[in-house]
Design a protein around this ligand. Structure first.
Ligand SMILES: NC(=O)c1ccc[n+]([C@@H]2O[C@H](COP(=O)([O-])OP(=O)(O)OC[C@H]3O[C@@H](n4cnc5c(N)ncnc54)[C@H](OP(=O)(O)O)[C@@H]3O)[C@@H](O)[C@H]2O)c1
Length: 342
């Protein structure tokens, strides 16, 4: 039996305009960095994507290297596009990126025109689509002229491979330079993808958040749950099936006593608001309307449903804001700092 999405899928999601563009994105988007490789059954991936689309999540974020192995998340989502979302491609915003290591030799990573354009072609093949909606430069390449990387993005749009372009983990100053080059080329920078959460506020400190508002560039903030730290899952230790137990991108050492004390206090604030900690963490990045969309990940469909519940309360009192600030110093969890510092 072919799957059909819920008729009421657009009834409750909030859609925010992405910067000054004509494109609207759901307030919550789904990323396929983890849990979409060969280590996860296809049925689980399918259930997560179906639950997201039924909840009004129209934006699915990928990158060339998502897996494991690299490329397999795009292949898995390509399969889901072919089966479940076959008649819904025009209801979806699908993104991909290039920047991290994909193949050996001097052309398999960073920001050259050679790498970006071939990688984009490979992504289109794996996804089984003619174009992606957004294509990103995934990280800063300090050794390639910014003009070359931006000209490659411009070419990717002009050649029909992508509708819009974005940049990820560029600091405020580099973002201004990149946006100016793209503007001159006639392909505006649609969106920036930085990390941001209650315990990782570099975009406020660096000025990037204000820069994006000033330049009319949208913002899709990744890891709003700090990879799961800002949820109730680590309150009583490290579950076997959690990201921290996998020893990949979430260092179990970050869940030290100080961090756990903070997380438990944040959990109490969330409970007093009638939210789960995950819901409060998402609501916090979306507070005051400065951010276009919160980019979450999930290892099971129930997590998507819980996260979407965040939209029930996006308001914070002055007391709640101050209390959250008090418990937010939880060490450095920003592993993408190398790109924004470059
Ligand atoms: N541009 C970049 O450089 C970059 C870098 C990183 C991420 N991203 C993008 O951002 C997306 C999201 O990143 P992320 O996965 O780190 O985001 P996240 O939302 O901070 O963390 C997701 C993890 O939190 C846990 N979780 C989610 N909802 C939960 C809930 N309701 N209750 C309890 N636990 C919950 C799950 O952990 P378990 O798996 O342990 O269950 C899930 O895998 C990625 O998929 C990718 O698209 C981009």
């Amino acid at each position: 039996m072919p799957w059909t999405p819920a008729d009421n899928r657009y009834d409750t999601m909030i859609y925010n305009r992405c910067g000054n563009s004509g494109l609207k994105l759901p307030a919550i988007s789904l990323g396929l960095w983890h849990n979409f490789g060969h280590d996860t059954p296809h049925g689980t991936k399918q259930a997560i994507c179906r639950t997201a689309f039924d909840a009004g999540i129209t934006h699915f974020d990928l990158a060339n290297n998502y897996g494991p192995p690299p490329g397999s998340a795009e292949e898995a989502f390509g399969e889901i596009l072919k089966t479940d979302f076959k008649h819904h491609r025009d209801e979806l915003v699908v993104s991909s990126k290039a920047g991290y290591l994909m193949w050996p030799g001097p052309y398999g990573e960073w920001g050259s025109r050679k790498y970006l354009i071939s990688s984009c072609d490979q992504s289109l093949k794996r996804l089984g689509v003619d174009y992606v909606d957004i294509f990103y430069s995934h990280r800063v390449d300090p050794d390639t002229p910014l003009e070359e990387t931006m000209m490659a993005l411009d070419h990717i749009v002009r050649s029909g491979r992508a509708l819009y372009v974005g940049i990820s983990s560029y600091n405020s100053e580099r973002t201004r330079q990149a946006a100016a080059i793209l503007k001159e080329l006639g392909t505006p920078c649609l969106i920036h993808q930085p990390s941001y959460s209650i315990i990782n506020r570099w975009i406020e400190e660096d000025g990037l958040k204000d820069t994006l508002t000033e330049l009319g560039i949208g913002s899709i903030v990744f890891s709003p749950l700090a990879q799961g730290m800002l949820t109730n899952k680590y309150l009583k230790g490290i579950p076997e099936d959690s990201r921290a137990a996998q020893e990949k991108s979430l260092n179990a050492g970050w869940l030290n006593e100080k961090a756990l004390t903070n997380i438990r206090e944040l959990n109490k604030i969330a409970e007093a608001r009638g939210q789960t900690l995950a819901q409060m963490a998402i609501a916090w990045v979306l507070r005051d309307g400065g951010i276009t969309t919160a980019l979450i990940g999930a290892s099971r469909p129930e997590q998507v449903t819980d996260c979407v519940g965040a939209l029930g309360n996006l308001e914070f009192s002055a007391e709640e804001r101050a209390a959250i600030d008090k418990w937010s110093d939880t060490g450095n969890v920003n592993i993408w700092k190398r790109s924004s510092d470059a």
